[in-house]
Every structure is written in C-alpha cells, then in structure tokens.
Design a protein around this ligand. Structure first.
Ligand code: PXP
Length: 397
C-alpha cells in the first residue's frame, strides 16, 4: 500500500496532529482493502484548494475536499503509474470552519473528508442520485465508526472505586460501612470491575479489605498502588486482576497528577516486570501526554489510565473542550501504540458521557461521584444511573 500524505499547511496553526491523521488514513486504506493501491492526500489551505476548484470545477470559492481519480488528473499532479487510485485534496481551513459551533474535533472532520474523498476515487458519487447519496453517506458513517472504534465492547466498562466507603468507616474507626459489601452491591448493579487504592498510609482501604475483595470480587479487581516495596509484595501475594500504578504523596487529598513515566523508567520497569512474573497486567496512570504514552509503551505497560482531572475541573467550556481534545488525542495515540486505554479521576454525572463516547477507551474508573450520590439515592441506584450515562444513546459526538 502506498499512501502519500502531504501537509501543505502549518499543522501547528490548527494543533493538527499529523500522526493521528496518518494512522487514520492507514486504517481507512486497510478497511477499504486498498493495500495494493496508491493514493495521495494533500492537506492544503483555502487559497490553494480554490485554485483547483476554479480550474477544474469552474467554481470560485474554496471547498472542503476534491477528488481526482486516476486518469482524471490535472496535469500538474498527474500520476507516474497507472496503478494509482488518485489524489484527494483537502482544505484544512474549510474543515476548521465547518466544525465551528459543532462538537466535533478537527481530526474527526478531516477523517470524514478523507473517507469522502477516497469513496469518490472508488466511483461513489452523491451527485448522481438521491439513492447514491444515501448509499455513500451510510458507507461513510460505517467506515468512520470502524476507524474510530478500537474498543472491544460497544459500551465503555465501568469500574467503581469504593475507597470512599472506607473513608467513611475510618472517620469513626469502626467496621462500618464495609467497602467489601459495597463492592458486591456495585457488581450486582452492573459494574464491570472494582478498584481500590491501598495507600501506604492506609487512610481508607486496608490489608483486610484487599484480601477479602480478592476473594469476593467476581468481575475484576484493580488494585491502585504506588510503586513501593511493601505494596508490591502485597500485590504479588494477593494477585489482583490488574494493578494501576499511581504517584502517591502522603499529604495529598487524592491522587494529584499522572506518573512521570519518562523520568522514572527504571523503577517502573522493574515493578512492571515483577508484576509480569506474577501474571498481573499493569496500567500506568498518566496525564494525556504523548511523551508519557511513549515511555509507558517502551517500559512494557499493558494499559494506561488517562487522567481526566483537568478536563473535569475546567472552569469554562473552552478550557473543557481543550482538555477533552487532549484526552481524545492521547487515547488514540495510546491505542495506536498497542496500549489498552482506561480513564478516570474526577468524573461525575455531568462530565462522564463525553469521555465514555470515545471508542478508544475501554474502561472508566469512577469513585467519588458514585459514592457521594449513593449517600442520597443508594449505591445500587447510583451505579445504575452512571451506567445509563455510559450507554451510546446518551453520548454526544
Ligand atoms: N483513577 C485513579 C488513578 C485514581 O487515583 C482515582 C482516585 O482514587 C480515580 C481514578 C477515581 O477518581 P474519583 O474518585 O475522582 O472518581
């Protein structure tokens, strides 16, 4: 397969991630089984695409996408070999204008235009008839979903963090409420996993909880922990279904930021290999940052959990959109690198559905919002209400 991508615009101007575009274009070629074809895609500005639009379609304005099937080329971009399928020209300026006021990323709009352009090369033409337009639109939708759909299940999974049931127990220093019982209720309500953070200071979850949870959790037990000797030994002995390594500071109220994986490769690599020997997959809790994703892959993590805290804490819609786009991009880059992607921290009943709609994300880890709602509506109901928000019908794109 020969796919030539040419960026004739400054990608920095629109925060365009060439890696994402390249990997989506490759996936598109794979889905359409164009492995033996040659296609060029040129990402250009409005003035440039206007020149082609004027010359070959006699239209004065810019357009979003132009396709030139092989044999139908303008002489200046004529193919060197007859095996070529053709060229797709895309205006990034127009694509950026088209998403204004619409909840869609530039990467997604460009992906739609790549699909549209290539289908034209394959002789789909929405201008031929209404029937053809419908057929093309349906095909576009299906391809888009396949390009974006990394997840093994149609709905994101919910893992409930029951730490704060133990926080309430510890406030009295007695035995109730019991996080072990809470875990059972969460599972009965439909949660796909239980998460607990065994902190070095044992401020909420303690050793007895983890041991009992290992015995009663029927779904999946994810042990959140620091890469600390004492806790590593407990994990290796208890064998949770997975562990999530987090940075841990004694004075913090909750986990504050993601791990600095690139700065702690040796230590984290050693922990991962100890877990590997015990048959325990490891997730690294990281900020949505390409450098950390690359380092996580290099040191052998199976999962990354993307920190959603800044997205949840955003004070304005603009800031939230920006943080959301960072998570969206990071999740895609991590998937492409072959990592499985989870996300969590700070998610609540208003912020979760948008993250759940990202088909790159396998599982969400949610604690505080569910446990606090449970005080008023009961734990069973609180879990069910969160699950309802994860259903694709609730999600906006
Ligand atoms: N993921 C990680 C790594 C965490 O440390 C926490 C908090 O314990 C969560 C998810 C859940 O965050 P929250 O309680 O805000 O839902």
């Amino acid at each position: 397969m020969a796919l030539h991508l040419l960026f004739q615009i400054d990608p920095g101007h629109y925060s365009l991630n060439k890696k994402i575009i390249r990997s989506r274009a490759n996936r598109l070629m794979g889905i359409l089984q164009l492995q033996t074809s040659q296609v060029s895609m040129v990402f250009m500005s409005d003035p440039e695409i206007s020149t082609y639009n004027r010359k070959y379609r006699r239209r004065k304005r810019p357009t979003n996408v132009l396709s030139f099937p092989a044999g139908d080329y303008p002489p200046e971009i004529a193919p060197s070999s007859s095996k070529e399928l053709g060229d797709v020209l895309i205006s990034v300026d127009t694509a950026a204008r088209e998403i204004q006021g619409v909840n869609k990323s530039l990467h997604d709009r460009l992906t739609e235009l790549m699909i549209h352009g290539i289908l034209h090369l394959l002789d789909y033409d929405h201008e031929r008839s209404d029937e053809e337009a419908r057929r093309m639109q349906e095909k576009e939708k299906k391809i888009f979903q396949r390009i974006k759909g990394f997840r093994s299940t149609s709905m994101v999974k919910l893992a409930v963090n029951v730490d704060h049931v133990a926080t309430v127990r510890e406030a009295r220093g007695i035995t109730e409420p019991d996080p072990v019982l809470a875990a059972g209720i969460c599972e009965l309500a439909g949660a796909s996993g239980i998460v607990v953070h065994l902190r070095e200071d044992r401020r909420h979850i303690n050793d007895r909880d983890v041991r009992l949870l290992r015995r009663i959790v029927k779904t999946k037990l994810n042990l959140e922990m620091a890469s600390a000797r004492e806790i590593i030994d407990i994990a290796v002995e208890i064998k949770p279904d997975m562990v999530t390594l987090v940075p841990e500071k004694r004075k913090e109220l909750t986990t504050e930021g993601g791990l600095n994986v690139s700065g702690n490769r040796k230590k984290l690599r050693n922990t991962i290999s100890e877990m590997e020997k015990a048959g325990i997959p490891v997730s690294l809790f990281i900020d949505p940052d390409q450098k950390q994703i690359k380092a996580a892959k290099e040191i052998g993590a199976t999962f990354v959990e993307l920190h959603t805290g800044r997205y949840c804490d955003a004070m304005t819609a603009q800031e939230r959109n920006l943080e959301f786009r960072m998570i969206e991009e990071a999740a895609e880059i991590a998937c492409d690198a072959g990592l499985q992607v989870n996300a969590g921290h700070g998610l609540d009943y208003r912020t979760t559905s948008r993250i759940a709609a990202l088909e790159t994300i396998e599982e969400l880890s949610i604690g505080h919002a569910i446990i606090t709602r449970a005080v008023f509506v009961g734990l069973n109901q609180a879990v069910r209400e969160m699950l309802a928000l994860l259903k694709p019908s609730f999600q906006e794109h």
